[in-house]
Design a protein around this ligand. Structure first.
Ligand code: ADP
Ligand code: MG
Length: 453
């Protein structure tokens, strides 16, 4: 028996005739043997440069196109792929251009804030705005932010420099005027006050991720200073905060300088446009029944629409079809369900499993639907603690079940925001999973799209 068979506790017949002294001389097979592996392992269909490998199937080109047509894991960068949101974009542009306001975009993750910002940046650049987009992180500091912003403003746009001067020829920027000293709000305001001959938009995405209170305070003070001085600089801030005060809580007087905009769920026509854009980009076609099912599953959330459409497309390609039927959408929804389950933190997933096993599936699905239709926030409970859908007469989830879901399974959290309490699922992944699970049960297993709303 050779040494690793012994380790495995198995008899190795091939080694029976070998002397034990052979063992130390055991030489592993050379790596070349690996190329003779008979198992056919899954392979990438294309290269990392988006080129198809030789010998791929004819529909693999469509598969490549499909990946770009629906991008649930990436924001929209190409304005042609941005569905709907026309009024929101118009409102933002008017606020920036006509009222010189700063804009705060808020709404849950996946609702389309970053996509909107990218498209807005492109539109502003076409009108010769200087634009600096920054995605904030936990460690974003005011000093770092300001240095990055200043590096993007050529000295050509400094009021005190002659456009034909040497510094402009050399391509210097506002950053070249900074010393090594930390940049204070005063210094930043003074410097930004010198912007002339253009306007600057500083776009701060994922603002809620910048956890330092000091950073938020500095940004709020900067907004106040540059508004008071009439600087040619405006800030566009986006985050998941559910009301404006959560983002700008430090300097109440800046409220009049800010337009707060909630990014709402998309209308059915906007979701239809999203799918239609993806249809053109992928070269695939959705049947009317498939469209109806995706629209129902999306619940106005572009992330869900994009995720389900992409999975449905792959399901159709797997059966060599360029036409996506409701069967493919159903398969797509099944895969999306697995994907969403894995996104839930493990301890919460355990609680969720227990709650589902104890007969709360229907109530949880209803609560998830209500939350997803309202920026992930649950309706306020009635006096008896039950939760009712807005405008409905009958209670959707009775008080005792609401209590069990919050207190026993910790799936709902209550946060106090300026005196009033808000109820949300503990993790945003939970309502997404529960809603798709409800869809899966009601629509798919019962055989065809029905209106569950
Ligand atoms: N208007 C839109 N048209 C098409 N797809 C969109 C739109 N808004 C969002 N999406 C899709 O939804 C997903 C989430 O959008 P994103 O902009 O990243 O949201 P947020 O920044 O609010 O988390 C992205 O994959 C994007 O492809
Ligand atoms: Mg984002």
């Amino acid at each position: 028996m050779n040494w690793f068979s012994a380790l495995l506790g198995k008899r190795d017949d091939a080694a029976i005739n070998h002397d034990e002294s052979d063992v130390p001389d055991f030489v592993p097979s050379p790596p070349a043997a690996a190329t003779n592996i008979r198992r056919s392992l899954p392979r990438f269909r294309g290269t990392a440069a988006d080129q198809l490998c030789t010998g791929t199937r004819p529909l693999d080109r469509t598969r490549l196109q499909l990946r770009h047509a629906f991008t649930p894991a990436r924001p929209i960068m190409d304005p042609a792929m941005l569905a709907g949101r026309t009024n929101l974009l118009r409102t933002m542009i008017r606020a920036i251009e006509d009222q010189y306001l700063h804009v705060v975009l808020f709404g849950p993750r996946g609702i389309g804030k970053t996509s909107l910002l990218h498209v807005l940046c492109g539109i502003a650049q076409q009108s010769r705005y200087l634009v600096r987009y920054v995605s904030c992180g936990e460690r974003t500091s005011f000093d770092g932010l300001m240095r990055a912003v200043c590096a993007d403003i050529p000295l050509l746009f400094h009021a005190a420099y002659d456009p034909t001067g040497e510094e402009i020829e050399e391509g210097l920027s506002f950053a070249d005027l900074l010393s090594d000293q930390p940049i204070t709000v005063e210094l930043a305001s003074d410097l930004l006050g010198k912007v002339a001959g253009s306007r600057l938009l500083v776009v701060l995405d994922e603002f809620d991720r910048a956890s330092e209170a000091e950073f938020r305070r500095s940004v709020a003070e900067l907004i106040k200073n540059i508004s008071d001085r009439g600087c040619r600089v405006q800030l566009i801030i986006a985050g998941v905060a559910h009301n404006l005060t959560e983002i700008i809580e430090h300097v109440p007087s800046i409220r009049r300088n800010i337009l707060g905009l909630l990014v709402p769920n998309m209308a059915p026509t906007e979701i239809a446009e999203l799918i239609s854009n993806g249809q053109h980009a992928s070269g695939m076609t959705f049947t009317p029944k498939a469209l109806q099912l995706i629209s129902l599953a999306a619940l106005g959330l572009p992330y869900l629409a994009s995720l389900v459409s992409q999975h449905a497309g792959f399901a159709a390609l797997d059966r060599d079809s360029l036409v996506i039927d409701h069967i493919d959408v159903e398969r797509g929804i099944t895969q999306v369900l697995d994907h969403l389950e894995l996104r839930i933190p493990p301890d919460l997933r355990q609680n969720l499993k227990s709650a589902l096993a104890h007969g709360h599936e229907e109530s949880l699905g209803t609560l998830a639907q209500l939350a997803l239709m309202n920026s992930f926030q649950l309706p306020q409970p009635a006096d008896d603690g039950s939760i009712t859908a807005p405008g409905a007469d009958q209670c959707a989830v009775p008080a005792d079940v609401v209590h069990r879901i919050s207190d026993d399974y910790h799936l709902i959290k209550i946060t106090s925001v300026h005196g009033s309490s808000e109820r949300r699922f503990t993790d945003d992944g939970v309502p997404l999973y529960l809603w798709v699970r409800l869809m899966h049960r009601h629509v798919i297993t019962s055989g065809g799209p029905t209106n569950t709303q």
